[in-house]
Design a protein around this ligand. Structure first.
Ligand SMILES: NC(=O)c1ccc[n+]([C@@H]2O[C@H](COP(=O)([O-])OP(=O)(O)OC[C@H]3O[C@@H](n4cnc5c(N)ncnc54)[C@H](O)[C@@H]3O)[C@@H](O)[C@H]2O)c1
Ligand SMILES: O=C(O)CC[C@@H](O)C(=O)O
Length: 471
C-alpha cells in the first residue's frame, strides 16, 4: 500500500489560471493539454468559471525519467508543467534502471525498456508510465495495475509511418532494390530483370487488420494490388479487400505476407517452418510488428531453399538498448546467417520513426501524463478503468479531489464514504476493471490540515492500493 502525496511539505496552495478560450480536452495527437472546461461532461451550457488547476503537491517535486530519446514535443510539455525531467537517449541496463526508477513518480519509455515485475516492484514512488509508442508489451501491465500504476500509450500516431515503410518494402523486395543498391555501392553494375516484378495485380496478405493493417490495405490497393487479410476478429473490409477465414488460406494465396499483430502468447513464432512451407513459391515476408512473431532460424532455411524470394525485418527478438553494434554482439546467434542472405531488408525498428510520428506521440502521451498527474483522469489508460471527472473551478476554493485506487471487493464505497462523510461530496465516479477499481471524488469544505487525516484513513482501509489527493 502506498500513498503518492506529500501534503506535509507545507507548500502554499497555488492556483494558476488558464484562459477559457484555450481549454481543450482533445486526445488528438496534435492538441496540447489544457485543463478541461468546468462544464465538461455535464451536458450544460459552458459556465464562465475558471477551472482550478489541481496539483498533487508542489509540481516541482514531480520527478520524471524519460528514456529512449522521447521527442522534444513531449519533453517540452512536461518541463512546461514545472516537473523535474531527466531525459536520456537510450534505455538502461536493468540494474541502472532499478536504481533510477526508485526515485521517480513518472517514467516515459519506448519499446526497448522492459518494465518487468522485478523492476516495477522497486519503483516505490511510481504513479504512472508513459509508453511513447504503440506497443505496451514491454510493460507488465497486470502487475502495474495491481500496484495502481497507470499506463498510457499512443495507439495510432505512428500507424501511417509503418504502413508507408511496408509499401516501400513491398516494391523494394519485388525489384530486389536492396541488392542492386548494395552492388553499386561495392562498384558492381548488375543489370537484371529475372525474378523482378511489378506489384500491380499481385496479392498482399495482411495478418492483423488493425490500425496499421487497414491503413496499409488502402495504400496497397492504390498501387493496384489485391488485398486479403486474416484477423482473429471479423472486421469490415476497406475498399475491395477480403477477409479470409484462416491464416493458412492467407499464406497459400498471398504473394506478399505482412505481419501486423501484437506480441501475445498466440502470436509468438506465428510464422515458423509449417507456415513458411505453406507460402507460395517465390513469395515474400515482411515483419514490422514484433520480433517474437517470426521464427528467424526457420526463415533463414526457407530463404536458403528459395521458397521465400525475399523478406524485410524491422523487428527482432532481442534488440539493443541504443544505437551501435547489433549483429556483432551476442544479442542474436543467427546474425551472420541472416546477413548472408540475398534480397533481405534489415532495418533497426524504424517503422514508426518519422518526424511526424514522433512529434505527435510526444504530444499525445505527455498530455495524457499531465492529465493523470494533475487531474487523476485515466482516459486512454491501457490498464486502469477509464474515469474522468469535470474540473473543479476557482469558485470552489475549499475543494480537494480524492483518488482512491483499490481492490474491487464488496463494501468499499460505504467505507470510503464514511471517511469522506464529514465533507460535502460534490461529485464522485467509480469504475472497475477486473480486480481493480478507481474512484474519484471531489469534496468541499475541506481544510488543508484535514487532507492528511482523510488520506491516512483511506490508506488504512484493507482494500487500498494507492491514495492520491489533488488540491
Ligand atoms: N515497427 C514499428 O516501429 C512499429 C510501429 C508501430 C506498431 N508496431 C507494432 O505493430 C503491431 C500492430 O500494431 P497496430 O497498431 O496495427 O495494432 P492494432 O491493435 O490496431 O491491430 C492488431 C490487430 O491484430 C489482430 N490480432 C491479434 N491477435 C491476432 C492473431 N493471433 N491472429 C491474427 N490477428 C490477430 C487484432 O485483432 C487487431 O485487429 C503491434 O505489435 C505494434 O506494437 C510496430
Ligand atoms: O519507437 C519505438 O521504440 C517503438 C515503435 C513501435 O514498435 C511501437 O510500438 O510504436
Amino acid at each position: 500500500m502506498s500513498s503518492a502525496r506529500d501534503i506535509n511539505a507545507g507548500v502554499p496552495i497555488a492556483h494558476r489560471r488558464v484562459s477559457i478560450s484555450t481549454q481543450n480536452l482533445s486526445t488528438s495527437p496534435t492538441a496540447t493539454f489544457q485543463s478541461p472546461p468546468a462544464s465538461f461532461g455535464t451536458g450544460l451550457q459552458p459556465r464562465r468559471s475558471v477551472p482550478k488547476v489541481l496539483k498533487p503537491f508542489n509540481t516541482q517535486d514531480i520527478k520524471i525519467l524519460l528514456l529512449e530519446n522521447v521527442n522534444q514535443t513531449g519533453r517540452d510539455i512536461l518541463t512546461g508543467q514545472g516537473y523535474q525531467v531527466e531525459a536520456l537517449k537510450t534505455s538502461l541496463p536493468e540494474d541502472q534502471l532499478i536504481e533510477k526508477i526508485r526515485d521517480v513518480h513518472v517514467i516515459g519509455i519506448r519499446s526497448k525498456t522492459k518494465l518487468s515485475e522485478r523492476v516495477l516492484s522497486e519503483a516505490k514512488n511510481l504513479i504512472v508510465i508513459g509508453c511513447f509508442c504503440i506497443g505496451t508489451n514491454q510493460v507488465d501491465l497486470n502487475y502495474a495495475a495491481r500496484r495502481g500504476i497507470a499506463v498510457f500509450n499512443s495507439p495510432f500516431a505512428n500507424s501511417r509511418s509503418v504502413a508507408e515503410l511496408v509499401i516501400a518494402e513491398i516494391i523494394t523486395l519485388a525489384r530486389q532494390l536492396g541488392d542492386r543498391s548494395l552492388e553499386m555501392h561495392r562498384g558492381t553494375w548488375n543489370k537484371v530483370s529475372a525474378k523482378c516484378w511489378e506489384v500491380r495485380g499481385k496479392t498482399l496478405g495482411i495478418v492483423g487488420y488493425g490500425h496499421i493493417g487497414s491503413q496499409l490495405s488502402v495504400l496497397a490497393e492504390a498501387l493496384g494490388m489485391n488485398v486479403i487479410y486474416y484477423d482473429v476478429v471479423t472486421l469490415m473490409a476497406l475498399g475491395t479487400a477480403r477477409q479470409v477465414p484462416t491464416l493458412d488460406n492467407l499464406l497459400e494465396e498471398a504473394d506478399f505476407v505482412t505481419l501486423h499483430v501484437p506480441d501475445l502468447p498466440e502470436t509468438r513464432n506465428m510464422i515458423s517452418t509449417a507456415q513458411l512451407n505453406r507460402m507460395k513459391e517465390g513469395s515474400y515476408l515482411i515483419n514490422a510488428s514484433r520480433g517474437t512473431v517470426v521464427d528467424i532460424p526457420a526463415l533463414i532455411v526457407a530463404m536458403r531453399s528459395g521458397n521465400i524470394a525475399g523478406a524485410a525485418l524491422d523487428v527482432y527478438p532481442n534488440e539493443p538498448a541504443g544505437n551501435g553494434d547489433y549483429f556483432t554482439n551476442n544479442l542474436n546467434q543467427w546474425g551472420e546467417d541472416l546477413r548472408s542472405l540475398s534480397n533481405l531488408i534489415l532495418t533497426p525498428h524504424i517503422g514508426g520513426s518519422t518526424e511526424e510520428a514522433q512529434s505527435a506521440i510526444g504530444v499525445e502521451v505527455a498530455d495524457a501524463l499531465v492529465r493523470y498527474i494533475n487531474l487523476g483522469i485515466t482516459l486512454g489508460s491501457v490498464n486502469l478503468p477509464e474515469v474522468q471527472l469535470r474540473s473543479l473551478t476557482m469558485d470552489e476554493p475549499d475543494h480537494a479531489r480524492i483518488i482512491y485506487i483499490h481492490r474491487n471487493v464488496p463494501g468499499v464505497l460505504r467505507k470510503v464514504n464514511e471517511i469522506l462523510g464529514d465533507h460535502n461530496v460534490d461529485k464522485q465516479l467509480s469504475d472497475s476493471r477486473g480486480d481493480l477499481a478507481y474512484l474519484m471524488a471531489d469534496i468541499s469544505n475541506v481544510r488543508y490540515e484535514q487532507i492528511k487525516d482523510i488520506a491516512d484513513s483511506l490508506d488504512g482501509l484493507s482494500s487500498c492500493i494507492m491514495t492520491r489527493v489533488l488540491y
